[in-house]
Design a protein around this ligand. Structure first.
Ligand SMILES: [Zn+2]
Length: 336
C-alpha cells in the first residue's frame, strides 16, 4: 500500500478503500476498478474475517489478483484491534494492516497515547520487516462499525495536531487515520455537515505539519439520498441521514488525504437493489436474481467514487514492487 499511496501523492489523487465480506462485493469492486482503470485497496475488518472464516475471504482476494492482473491491488486489514490481529493478517498474506491503537484491544475503550504508540510501534516493526504497510490512528472516530468503535460523539476525541506529529515520529507509520468529526455507519450527521461538525480545517493543519504522511479518512461514505430513497421506496425504514459530501473529500485529497474508507455506500447500494427485486417480483427465489443487480448497484457506486477520488485511469502508471524489495527499502531507510 505504501507504493500505491506514494504514487497517489505524486499524482495528487486519492484511493478508495472498499470493504469486502463476500464474493459479490469483491466482484463489484474489481469490476469497478477494471472499468475505471483504477488501482484499488480492498479491505477486510475483523468482522469480515470472522464472517468469512478468514480463508474464504483470503482466497476471494487471491482470485481477484488472478482475474484482474492489470489492477494494482492492496489487501488491507481494517481496524486491527491488537498487534496479534495485525500479525495474523500479515502471516496470511495481507499487504497492509491498520493497527487501531486509539482503542484498547476490546475495540471499544479509548486508550492512552502511550498504549497507542507502543502497540503501533510493535506492528510497524513486524510489518516493515515483511514489506507490509502500516496505518495508525490517533484520536477516536464516532460511531461503531462491525462492533469496532467507542460509540463516542464524533467531536469528543478529535485528533490533536501536536499529538499526531509526535505519534508519527515515535511509531514510523506510513499512513495516519485522523478523527475530524466523521463516524462509522450510516448515521454520520443529522444535517448536511458544516465546518462546526466536519473539521476540515484541522485536517489541513495536520497535513501542513505532516506533509509526507499519507492521511486516511475513515467513515467517509457520502450516504447519498438517492440510495437511501431506493431502500425506503421498497419497504425500508432508514431515518434521514447525511454522510461526508464528496466535495469535502476532494478538499481532503488536495490536502494530503490518500486513502478514503467507504463501506456504508456499498451496503446501501446492495440493500436497495435487493429490496427492489423482492418488492417488484415477490415470486423470485433464485439468489442470483437479486444478487446480480445488487452486485451491479455496488459496482456503480464504487466506480463513481473511483472517478471522484481521481484514482481512475492510474492503474497502468506503475508496476507493483515485490514485498521483499519493499522490506529492504524500509531497512535501508532505518540504517540511513
Ligand atoms: Zn474505520
Amino acid at each position: 500500500m505504501r507504493q500505491l499511496l506514494d504514487e497517489a501523492a505524486k499524482g495528487g489523487y486519492g484511493v478508495g478503500a472498499f470493504n469486502v465480506n463476500n464474493m459479490e462485493q469483491i466482484q463489484a469492486i474489481m469490476e469497478a476498478a477494471r472499468e475505471t482503470k483504477s488501482p484499488v485497496i480492498v479491505q477486510a475488518s475483523r468482522g469480515a474475517r470472522s464472517y468469512s472464516q478468514d480463508r474464504f475471504l483470503y482466497h476471494l482476494m487471491l482470485a481477484a489478483t488472478e482475474l484482474y492482473p492489470e489492477i494494482p491491488m492492496v489487501l488491507h486489514q481494517d481496524h486491527g484491534n491488537s498487534p496479534e490481529t495485525c500479525k495474523s493478517a500479515i502471516a496470511m498474506g495481507f499487504t497492509s494492516v491498520m493497527m487501531d491503537g486509539s482503542l484498547m484491544p476490546d475495540g471499544k475503550t479509548p486508550s492512552t497515547f502511550e498504549y497507542n504508540v507502543s502497540a503501533t510501534r510493535e506492528v510497524v516493526e513486524a510489518a516493515h520487516a515483511k514489506g507490509v504497510t502500516v496505518e495508525g490512528e490517533i484520536g477516536c472516530l464516532g460511531g461503531i462499525e462491525d462492533g469496532h468503535g467507542a460509540g463516542v460523539d464524533a467531536l469528543s476525541h478529535l485528533t490533536d495536531p501536536d499529538q499526531a506529529v509526535e505519534f508519527v515520529r515515535l511509531t514510523g507509520v506510513d499512513a495516519l487515520a485522523i478523527a475530524i468529526g466523521t463516524s462509522h455507519g450510516a448515521y454520520k450527521f443529522s444535517k448536511k455537515p458544516t465546518g462546526d461538525t466536519l473539521k476540515m480545517d484541522r485536517l489541513i493543519e495536520i497535513h501542513r505539519r505532516l506533509p509526507t504522511t499519507h492521511l486516511v479518512m475513515h467513515g467517509s461514505s457520502s450516504v447519498p439520498k438517492d440510495l437511501q430513497d431506493i431502500i425506503n421506496q421498497y419497504g425500508g425504514k432508514l431515518k434521514p441521514t447525511w454522510g461526508v459530501p464528496v466535495e469535502e473529500i476532494q478538499l481532503g485529497i488536495k490536502n494530503g488525504v490518500r486513502k478514503i474508507n467507504v463501506d456504508t455506500d456499498s451496503r446501501l447500494a446492495i440493500t436497495g437493489a435487493i429490496r427492489k427485486v423482492f418488492w417488484e417480483k415477490p415470486e423470485e427465489f433464485d439468489p442470483r436474481s437479486y444478487l446480480k443487480p445488487a452486485r451491479e448497484a455496488m459496482k456503480k457506486v464504487v466506480a463513481q467514487r473511483m472517478t471522484q477520488f481521481g484514482q481512475a485511469g492510474h492503474a497502468g502508471d506503475y508496476v507493483p514492487i515485490p514485498l521483499d524489495e519493499v522490506a529492504r527499502g524500509y531497512q535501508q531507510h532505518l540504517a540511513a
